[in-house]
Design a protein around this ligand. Structure first.
Ligand code: FAD
Length: 415
């Protein structure tokens, strides 16, 4: 195959790569997306946050997604024993979308790429990035291996690495660093529900909390299938023996709320496991490249932040690259790294405080205060850059403080 030259090469056609590509194409930048798989392909990450709707809308991908009729997600439900804590996105502190979707990502990402192609974006499927070299001017030569084993090279002024767990540039440039999130693993599958409960009980996205470290997700789709999965400490997930089906079936017995609903269902594919999924990097950008989405950072699935960070960072990187290509000055440290880290650090506090149990105390023992609930709800909707929200601005200490007050109040009542 012949070598090619573009302004921007995007590695990976997940939500991060697609949003970046749509923006660049819309702004007349010569962009090419190279995707290792053939779509539709499976990827986990099915519960979205309202914040990412802003991104799809801004780059012109929203209408194509609306046409798919995915299941609407207008909030989320957390269950612990007999206690239920529900968040409704229409009751959130920050203005913005109050709904999003829960969707099988194979269909969701396929819809994104079909729309991109329709808009004229060059996407090459079944082509894998296998090597990248940067020259003095930070332009890059990327080697691509096609599905039939041929190789060719792409010369680009910028690379956006949106390769998700492929983590192409972190691997090739040695940028990986351990995450500060406590290690957890997951096992999951999809099931066909023949007798889904009627109404919202059947369709509500739910996180069933089994203990401080262990929870079970139920994500019903509009196609009648439901995604189910467990998250827990790696030792816990690995303590179940047998085939993946047997392990997941054993774990299901731990959910008293859902066991009856799922005890006889068939898994639509052999349950998959991702071990120690949290990832981080030493830097989010360098001369001639930016890391976006999971290639840059992944915290934890508990608040469904992955896709939203993927689209936020993809869009941000695309905007900054467009500016730079138009000879405008870009401060990558301030406008990209600091901006992204701000949002990541808010969610990181929520994830950490989930696993310390403090956030669970607030959810299950004391979120009666409407204003606190609205403010937390805005974070759970992905609006983590709104510093007028005390639960964003003071994320390092406010969750701890509120949890402590709730515990003290309970103690004084019981005395
Ligand atoms: P991806 O969607 O992973 O896309 C990357 C693409 O790059 C892939 O298509 C891949 O084939 C391609 N690629 C890889 N290597 C190469 C290469 N060498 N050359 C070319 N192409 C390549 N997030 C949520 O928002 N909600 C959830 O409910 C949620 N649940 C999760 C549950 C678990 C257990 C885990 C581990 C994660 C979950 N996530 C969730 C996170 C979510 O999966 C990711 O954050 C999201 O998919 C990231 O999108 P992306 O565009 O960065 O990457």
């Amino acid at each position: 195959m012949k070598d090619v030259q573009v302004d921007v090469l995007i590695i990976g056609a997940g939500p991060s790569g697609c949003v970046a590509a749509a923006y660049l194409h819309k702004h007349q930048v010569n962009v090419k997306v190279v995707e290792k798989s053939v779509f539709p392909r499976f990827v986990i990450g099915e519960s979205l946050l309202p914040r990412c709707m802003d991104h799809f809308e801004e780059v012109g991908l929203l209408d194509a997604l609306i046409a798919q009729n995915f299941e609407i997600k207008s909030g989320a439900r957390f269950i612990r024993g007999e206690t239920i804590c529900e968040f409704d996105f229409s009751e959130k502190y920050t203005a913005g979308y109050d709904w999003t979707w829960q969707a099988p990502r194979a269909d969701f990402d396929f819809a994104l790429t079909k729309e991109l192609k329709k808009q004229g974006v060059d996407i090459a499927f079944n082509q894998e990035v296998v090597a990248v070299e940067f020259d003095e001017e930070s332009a890059s030569q990327t080697t691509i291996k096609t599905g039939n084993g041929e190789h060719y090279r792409i010369k680009a002024k910028f690379i956006i690495d949106s390769s998700g767990y492929g983590r192409v540039l972190p691997r090739l440039l040695n940028l990986d660093k351990p995450s500060t999130i406590p290690e957890h693993s997951s096992i999951f599958s999809h099931v066909k529900e023949e007798a889904r409960p009627a109404g919202t009980e059947g369709t509500f996205i739910t996180f069933d909390v089994l203990d401080t470290d262990t929870w079970f997700w139920v994500i019903p789709f509009s196609n009648g299938n439901t995604s189910i999965g467990f998250v827990g400490k790696t030792d816990f997930i690995n303590s179940f023996e047998g085939t993946p089906e047997e392990r997941l079936a054993q774990m299901l017995k731990k959910s008293s709320y859902y066991y009856e609903r799922f005890k006889n269902v068939d898994f639509l594919f052999e349950p998959k496991s991702i071990q120690n999924y949290s990832k981080s990097v030493t830097q989010l950008y360098g001369k001639g490249y930016a890391l976006t989405g999971n290639s840059a950072e992944f915290l934890d699935p508990v608040f469904s932040s992955g896709v939203t960070f993927a689209t936020e960072s993809g869009l941000k990187a695309a905007k900054l690259i467009t500016k730079e290509l138009n000879n405008e000055f870009v401060d990558w440290e301030k406008d990209y790294a600091e901006y992204m880290k701000k949002g990541v650090s808010v969610f990181a506090s929520y994830v950490k405080e989930w696993y310390t149990g403090n956030l669970q105390t607030i959810f299950f023992e004391g979120v009666d205060n409407k204003e606190i609930k609205r403010q937390i709800c805005a974070v759970l909707a992905g609006y983590v850059w709104d510093e007028t929200n005390p639960f964003v601005k003071n994320h390092h200490r406010l969750i701890k403080t509120v949890a402590k007050v709730i515990r003290l109040e309970k103690r004084s009542i019981s005395n």
